[in-house]
Design a protein around this ligand. Sequence first.
Ligand code: ADP
Length: 512
Amino acid sequence: MRVLFVASECYPYVKTGGLADVVAALPPALRRLGLDVRTLLPGFPGVLDRLEQFRRVRLLRDLPGLASGQTARLLSACGTDGVPLYILDAPSLFAREGNPYLGPDGRDWPDNALRYAALARAAALLARDGDGLITGRTSAATAADGRGWVPQILHGHDWQAGLLPVYAASLMPEVRPASVFTIHNLAFQGLFPPEMLGPLGLDPALMVPDGFEFYGKVGFMKAGLRFADRLTTVSPTYAAEIRGPELGFGLDGLLRQRADRLTGILNGVDLEQWNPATDSLITARYDAGTLDDKASNKLALQQRFGLRPDAAAPLFAVVSRLTEQKGIDLIVQCLPSILTGGGQLVVLGTGDPTLEAALAGAAGQSPDCCGLVRAYDEELSHLIQAGADLLLVPSRFEPCGLTQMYALRYGTLPLVSQVGGLADTVTDVTEASLADNSATGFVFSPVGAQPLQFAIDQALALWRRPALWRQVQRNGMGCDLGWAGSAARYAALYQELTGRPPRRRPSRPEGS
Ligand code: ADP
């Protein structure tokens, strides 16, 4: 089974959030099941600088954003874990330092529509023309016609890949690969003005509510949701939530309409990268049998943030984008009670300037028990997971969330709101869940400062019962958080799509 992932992020080359971790870990998990999964990424400096050997596969013309006569190179390389990568090397679109989506002024790059449409169109061209490389594994048919590797499944991730099924349908009106589209966060939709239709090379007939039009704009996310053969999102609870008005961001009607094509498949964790027994980024390594050694990490973390070294103080932590989605404002509201309860707080993240300022103010006022590092720092995020006692994730919505799963791995109790993937991965401490050893953390509902406060009080109460605390740590560390089960579900989905006879379709994407 040949599958092409198309995404804007992949750890360790380019990462702003959980998407990068998923795109890094799911292809190797699928390859372990025998699938030939490859990933197409934009040629950001972080991608090109980290890879050593490239092969030029094809020259691509007529991509959105390229001047007439200008070409882009499609390169191939071997990524981490042996996953073959294709890279769209188009310097005028991607050779920019910093964030994949934002310029140095913190605003969206003005040509984002063209940049990510070019990525989607390059994927569709690769699907039509193949990579032209004939190897021992090339299928007889595509070796004979010189196309080399061609995917049977096009799997796009988030709005950046939303136009993929549209370009695939227009470039391959007769027979084309099946398409899967995964929603990692419905809040970011890739909306662009209607004047972009021409430069994007899109059929104006599809600029209708039953196409990709979204309140007068071209909706990349909507295109993916409307035209992909199958939709997935990253947890079962989020799959249900986005079919309702509260978390559907205006697309809930379409998602209800396509509910029979939508599946929630929980993300997993890269068990090698996030393993306290082998992690070289932390001060002391430990496992469920040597949890006392976690204390050295706590001390190192307190020192790193300039806090009072105190093994007895419950150390709360946040590793997150500092936004309202993540409920950081609720943490600011509850901070005084954490500190008066004898607790400490460390925060690693950047985001909303108002929230950053509120946290910086608190850290300035109580420097021995509250610290903020305003940065994106992968290494420090590992030390925090290892050194903290509790990880706070009070999100207003959370498609899956990865940090709470990393916390479980590291014997750090997650304290989370009961939404999306947080609800699917953390089991609240109750008498019953303590009795049957299923308790792994603290879960509160509804999302608000008072319920969060109540959960913090419960956590402080459990902290005073060290034997029970240790038991809950071990329960979490024993959870099966790897990718194997979820990868098998993706594989089954692909199988379902390709098990059918070759699909012949009219030139318009389905239903239009
Ligand atoms: P989202 O993708 O919505 O930001 P997730 O929990 O799914 O949230 O994934 C966030 C990922 O980004 C995790 O790997 C987390 O460790 C990482 N992360 C978030 N903020 C920071 C930061 N400031 N420094 C280092 N890693 C961070």
